[in-house]
Design a protein around this ligand. Structure first.
Ligand code: FEO
Length: 413
């Protein structure tokens, strides 16, 4: 009944699906929706793990009341204080006056910063790395996970059933709409792109912190991963942990080329198309084109995390980089993108400066990025004069792919 689902015999998903918010964090378009996951444990004591966004309080409370079936709520455990999960803390405090609240020290500080006051009428239990809390048959061990993706974040492991409450880690955009487990979905077809978009834009900057958490998690007997967004994992955990490992090391997921172009009247776009054709002609068909003016920067970032090679193709604008392209490459820096090979296509009718400016920006601000020397310079529109340079750029991309493959093979020996 209601939208509640069992995760294990004693643990229930009591979260909600959001199809109302158009911009997550008021910046990322989510036409696919998103779930805010909350979990309720019925043991000798009852414990609610995290809450949901305030706008869904009514259905959230219904799910909790239905699942508690007349029992009181003993504990509210807050792993992460961002309002998409913590927005309903005060509502829970009002409805369950005996509930004890469990969080990190900084978690309680952020509750105050958000202007919450009701929690001050409740017993507060501060937990830190290595602390445990028993609910009866189930005991949770807490692990600190700073900057995944706020500083106060905790994750915890139910030592009895091996359930990892992973906060935002392993989360994804995409509402669940009745489904709960990743093995109930066609994850690769329907959710992998959403998950990469979520990871790269929300957590992408903090790769080293994610690596720290993965190292801590490697020693834990995990059987379920319960994130605050998206499906619960109970099969093939290595698959999803592997994706996080790849992304947080800034390793490309696939050999392929993303061409991001900034075009005013179509000439730079046509040049980008010509490079795509040249690559495909030579057998590299994993090529994707994005117009930076019409593609949300979150999707540009997501595909940058996916592919090994990035080509920046831009018209010169006000003697510099076209503004939408500038936004994109600034975001590459902000999200710590690294370990990629970059090609440059520039266009200008007079004073074509954009290629140098993009190359300088990339060299000065992105780590471990190799800018190919084989640049294509277009004087207003693509012409036969560009043929050799275009072929050279396509060849340089393929050569660098071959070199990367060779290096990978050597390292794996
Ligand atoms: Fe889903 Fe960092 O909140």
């Amino acid at each position: 009944m209601y939208t509640v689902r069992n995760v294990t015999e004693d643990l229930y998903w009591v979260g909600v699906n959001d199809h109302k918010t158009s911009l997550f964090e008021n910046i990322f378009p989510i036409p696919e929706g998103v779930s805010y996951n909350s979990y309720l444990l019925l043991d000798e004591k009852t414990a609610l793990f995290d809450t949901v966004d305030w706008q869904f309080a009514q259905e959230f409370v219904k799910n909790i009341e239905y699942t508690l079936d007349g029992r009181d709520l003993d504990y509210l455990v807050i792993h992460h204080m961002e309002p998409d999960h913590a927005g309903t803390i005060e509502e829970i405090c009002y409805r369950y006056p005996n509930v004890k609240i469990v969080s990190s020290e900084q978690g309680f500080e952020i509750m105050n910063q958000l202007g919450y006051t009701k929690q001050d009428e409740h017993e507060q239990i501060i937990v830190k790395e290595g602390d445990t809390l028993s609910f009866g048959k189930h005991t949770n061990a807490f692990v600190e996970a700073p900057m995944v993706h706020w500083p106060e974040v905790l994750i915890s492991l139910d030592l009895t059933d091996g359930v990892l409450f992973s906060a935002d880690a392993f989360g994804t955009f995409g509402a669940l709409d009745g489904k709960l487990f990743a093995d109930e979905l066609d994850f690769d077809r329907d959710y992998l792109d959403y998950m990469r978009k979520y990871y790269s834009n929300i957590v992408g900057k903090y790769g080293p912190f994610v690596q720290d958490v993965l190292k801590k998690a490697a020693d834990l007997p995990i059987k379920y991963i319960c994130s605050l967004h998206g499906p619960v994992w109970r099969e093939d955990l290595g698959y999803i942990i592997g994706k996080y490992d790849t992304w947080s090391r800034y390793e490309p997921e696939e050999e392929g080329v993303m061409i991001a172009y900034a075009s005013m009247y179509g000439h730079t776009e046509y040049t980008a198309q010509a490079l795509a054709s040249e690559l495909c002609r030579r057998g590299m068909t994993k090529v994707i084109l994005h117009d930076v003016s019409t593609t949300d920067v979150a999707d540009l970032i997501s595909d940058t995390f996916k592919y090994s090679h990035l080509v920046l193709a831009s018209v010169t604008y006000n003697l510099g980089i076209y503004p939408k392209m500038k936004d994109f490459i600034h975001d590459l820096e902000a999200l710590n993108v690294q370990n990629r090979t970059v090609g440059i296509i520039e266009n200008g009718t007079w004073a074509c400066t954009v290629g140098d400016k993009m190359e300088d920006y990339v060299n000065e601000n992105l780590k471990l990025v190799d800018v190919l020397g084989d640049r294509v310079t277009v004087n207003t529109s693509l012409s036969v004069a560009n043929k050799n340079d275009m072929e050279s750029l396509a060849e340089a991309i393929l050569e660098s792919m071959a070199k990367n493959r060779e290096l990978k093979a050597k390292l794996s020996k």
